[in-house]
Design a protein around this ligand. Structure first.
Ligand code: SAM
Ligand code: SF4
Ligand code: F3S
Length: 444
């Protein structure tokens, strides 16, 4: 009998990478990926725990699946990811439809869980066994054949910002061996990848030592840029404290894209201290200025937390002033959400209406800048790496240097190439344009 797996992914890019690798592993025991929700024998929800609503989304999703399978035999239901790690047994108690909870550092055990599945047995795997996990996956064939590919180089976090669950759900910092990463890059190149996006919860804290040689993110960027097939390199997410000079200097490398996602969270030093962020606004601006000095075209994107306990109007205003100074090309902003087990979960919350008002003020400012920056591309010719054809339209999709999505008329042969696009219009999230010199014959 054909066995199908449906994987639904929530949360960050690291979960997307993990879901791909989980599928690669299950393929070895005969599973095929399906996009038909009620046609699966095995269902995996790869979850995120970063804000409270994320957890509720998981239970809602399970509720929907339960309805789909009311008159069919029940699929194996596995909850993976950060909610699985944080809630473990609690999830099985709250929702008996769940058969197994598997934390992010235990994915090497998923095949065994599925193979040995027995009705009514419940499994919990939440050990932080990061080395065994990566050793296992190093020997699993990669099926991802995307033009732009994620590659996790670092996992976990030792920084313990007072608001954040990541150190508890992903475990301590671990950096993968340098050579293993290069070998994964080569596999991705063989599958057709043109862009590598290095991933880590603290990607710029990457540090690996072997035979007294020390490797950092800058070494990886330099080494990967030597592959002629790789056109573009990016990394996400970095911490301001780990923006070392060697990494900043890497921006002279043309393959490293001039967009730095550098979360600051707040523009008030008082709040940064209360958050235990381990950097100041001045340190952040210093990094920003150094980056601009290396390449004035570099753009910065960021993350903000609004209404962290203790945030006064003055603190909030300082964040707005910082936004005016840096003019972020793109940003994520959320109201503080207390997470169980973190230091900040015990602090007094700021009134909901005030928080909502601050969110709206901040997002208006951020989105206006984003729209303005997108508009500045109109009537310009830009380089776009073409990723795929849009499903429901006769249009193609790619990204510019700054990760903005670009939609244009193209053809199948453009996929995987960097093409010139004349931008005609834009909105907050997209640029729209037409391709120039679409055929080599014309260009010649
Ligand atoms: N490591 C990155 C850093 O240090 O900036 C952040 C990684 S975290 C997965 C992504 C973003 O989620 C954070 O930058 C923060 O803005 C947001 N976040 C984390 N915990 C949060 C909370 N309790 N409430 C609201 N937003 C939160
Ligand atoms: Fe979370 Fe990032 Fe802070 Fe680590 S550095 S605790 S991942 S916000
Ligand atoms: Fe969410 Fe875990 Fe990523 S909490 S943001 S899936 S590291």
């Amino acid at each position: 009998m054909e066995k199908n797996i449906y994987i639904k992914t929530f949360g960050c890019q690291m979960n997307e990478y993990d879901s791909d690798r989980i599928f690669d592993s299950l393929k070895n025991i005969g599973y095929k990926k399906t996009n038909v929700q009620n046609g699966a024998n095995c269902y995996i929800l790869n979850t995120c725990h970063i804000r409270d609503k994320a957890k509720e989304k998981v239970y809602h999703e399970i509720g929907r699946i339960k309805k789909l399978y009311k008159f069919k035999s029940k699929p194996i239901m596995i909850v993976a990811g950060c909610v699985a790690q944080a809630e473990n047994q609690e999830m099985i108690k709250r929702e008996p439809f769940i058969d197994a909870v598997v934390g992010p550092q235990a994915y090497h055990k998923i095949n065994e869980i599925v193979k040995n599945f027995e009705k009514n047995s419940k499994v919990e795997e939440t050990d932080f066994d990061t080395i065994s996990k990566f050793n296992y996956f190093d020997n699993i064939k990669i099926t991802n054949n995307r033009i732009s590919s994620y590659l996790t180089i670092q996992e976990g976090c030792d920084k313990f910002c007072n608001f954040c669950v990541v150190p508890y759900t992903r475990g301590p910092e671990y950096s993968r061996p340098f050579k293993k990463i290069l070998s994964e890059v080569e596999k991705l190149i063989n599958n057709g990848t043109k862009e590598i996006i290095f991933l880590g919860q603290n990607v710029n804290a990457y540090y690996f030592e072997e035979q007294s040689k020390k490797y950092r993110l800058s070494n990886l960027i330099n080494e990967v840029s030597k592959y002629s097939e790789i056109e573009r390199i990016r990394y996400i997410t970095s911490h301001p404290r780990d923006m070392t000079d060697d990494l900043i200097l890497s921006y002279s490398n043309k393959k490293l894209m001039p967009l730095v996602h550098l979360p600051i969270q707040s523009g008030s030093n008082k709040i940064l201290k209360l958050m235990n962020r381990k950097h100041t606004v001045e340190k952040y601006i210093e990094v920003y200025e150094k980056l601009k000095k290396i390449n004035s075209n570099i753009e910065i994107s960021s993350d903000f937390i609004i209404s962290y306990p203790g945030e006064t109007d003055k603190d909030f205003l300082e964040t707005l002033n910082l936004i005016d100074k840096i003019r972020f090309i793109n940003s994520y902003s959320f109201i503080f959400s207390p997470r169980p087990g973190t230091v900040a979960s015990k602090l007094e919350l700021i009134n909901k209406d005030i928080s909502q008002e601050r969110l709206e003020i901040m997002q208006k400012k951020l989105f206006d800048i984003q729209k303005f920056k997108n508009k500045s591309f109109e009537n310009k010719i830009i380089d776009v790496l073409v990723e795929n054809k849009l499903k429901d339209q006769n249009k193609f999709f790619g990204r510019n240097k700054y990760m903005s999505s670009v939609i244009f008329n193209g053809s199948q042969k453009n996929i995987g190439k960097i093409v010139k696009i004349q931008i005609e219009s834009s909105n907050q999230n997209n640029l729209f344009g037409k391709i120039l010199n679409n055929t080599k014959e014309k260009a010649a």
